[in-house]
Design a protein around this ligand. Structure first.
Ligand code: ADP
Ligand code: MG
Length: 396
């Protein structure tokens, strides 16, 4: 799967108030002996006060254990926009966690606003299909979010060919993703960055939605203005590409539709290079929308700039019928509905016939037999390693 800069979360485009200054260069690799973290207790000035549910464990409190290394870093598993993610072992319980480091270097005004927002949101959520933030930790001047560890992410797992998902597995993944997003929407949270690398899976076959860096609470009763510079380009719905700033949870449902098709075909379906090309790519498959089909289409802010030059027919079914069953196709089509007002909601999607017909959903528990742990990061490293092989051979 080819990656371009357009596959990146559009965080550079955040409003000026949260725009990040240039970050310092980061080291290319981890030191050969993994750093050990000696946690110290949280201080009120370090992070926003955590509620009881994420209070640091007693081992982090001052006392005889204070200087013990609670977490030992095992490997890097993610290179985030705002900091690295590590797999680490809790030396007391033996359990694995993911440590997401919050970049503080470039912050002049204390704790980063975006990280603060992410923590607050995560603290209010608890669902089997949403990542669980265990606690916050401060070690040697770094602040970490401590998460339950997940063996893979969707981008990583789809990038390698050693595991075959059956139709039942794919149904289960779709169901779990929809259950997670239905919960978020019911809690009035829009995720705004649904894509493969933000969807984690563990070896028990459980899927969890992660990365709440762009998420926000929305007004359920009153539609309000938000920034439209959200959602990674390939997963961004047409209304945002056409400049809409008044939107709701439907934006996530478009992304879910893209991810569902990616699960079945193993590659991202709309791979545009920029906003205009992204719209053209969508038109080529889904046809150009008519004003009858999408009321309000021509009123969108950038309609005149990017309106379709000619009429294109929808060829969605013919393109995907060899990958998806008829009921799966029906659901995908409802998720990729042009008019956000007509786009299916997560709770209605869970009720569609796709989940009622055979084959039944099956948790992909066989993932436990798969060699390696596959996140976007490892698959990127693997690709780079493969690219280097011919060169290395030339040298020797
Ligand atoms: P960013 O906001 O920088 O994209 P993410 O939260 O998406 O940060 O984390 C970056 C990557 O790290 C993810 O794509 C995923 O591969 C990995 N990752 C994040 N959280 C976990 C976790 N709890 N367990 C395992 N890997 C994780
Ligand atoms: Mg991410």
């Amino acid at each position: 799967m080819k990656k371009t800069k357009h596959d990146q979360t559009p965080r550079d485009n955040l409003p000026v108030s949260v725009r990040k200054p240039e970050l310092p260069p980061r080291p290319q690799s981890l030191p050969s002996s993994p750093p050990r973290l000696s946690p110290r207790p949280l201080e009120p000035t370090d992070v926003p006060p955590p509620p009881a549910s994420v209070q640091p464990e007693s081992t982090l409190a001052p006392g005889p254990n204070r200087e013990r290394d609670l977490y030992q870093i095992v490997a890097q598993v993610g290179e985030g926009t705002f900091g690295q993610v590590y797999k680490a072992r809790n030396t007391q319980s033996g359990k694995y966690v993911a440590l997401k480091r919050i970049r503080m270097e470039s912050e002049r005004d204390g704790f980063p606003v975006t990280a603060m927002r992410e923590i607050k949101l995560l603290q209010s959520l608890r669902h089997e299909n949403v990542i669980n933030l265990h606690e916050m930790m401060v070690s040697k001047g770094n602040v970490y979010m401590v998460f339950e560890y997940m063996d893979h992410d969707l981008t990583g797992i789809l990038s390698q060919n050693n595991f075959h998902f059956t139709e039942g597995h794919l149904k289960s993944l779709c169901h779990q993703m929809l259950a997670g997003i239905a919960y978020l929407h019911q809690k009035a949270v829009i995720h705004r960055d649904m894509k493969g690398s933000n969807i984690l899976i563990n070896n028990q076959g459980i899927l969890k939605i992660a990365d709440f860096g762009l998420a926000r609470f929305y007004q359920k009763r009153r539609r309000t203005d938000y920034t439209n510079r959200v959602i990674t380009l390939w997963y961004r719905p047409p209304e945002l590409l056409l400049g809409a700033t008044v939107y709701g949870p439907e934006v996530d449902m478009w992304s879910v539709g893209c991810i569902m098709l990616e699960l079945f075909t193993k590659k991202p379906i709309f791979q545009g290079n920029d906003e205009i090309h992204q719209l053209e790519t969508i038109y080529k498959l889904m046809g150009t929308p008519s004003v009858e089909e999408w009321v309000g289409f021509s009123d969108l802010p950038w309609y005149e700039l990017v309106k379709p030059p000619e009429k294109i027919k929808n060829r969605f079914r013919s393109a995907f019928q060899k990958y998806l069953s008829p009921t799966a196709l029906d659901l995908a089509q409802k998720l990729l509905e042009y008019d956000p007002a007509k786009r299916i909601t997560a709770s209605d999607a869970l009720d569609t016939s796709f989940f009622k017909v055979e084959p039944a959903a099956v948790l992909p528990v066989d993932l436990a037999n798969l060699e390696g742990e596959w996140h976007e990061y490892e698959s990127k490293m693997e690709r780079e390693r493969k690219k280097r092989i011919p060169q290395d051979m030339e040298v020797s």
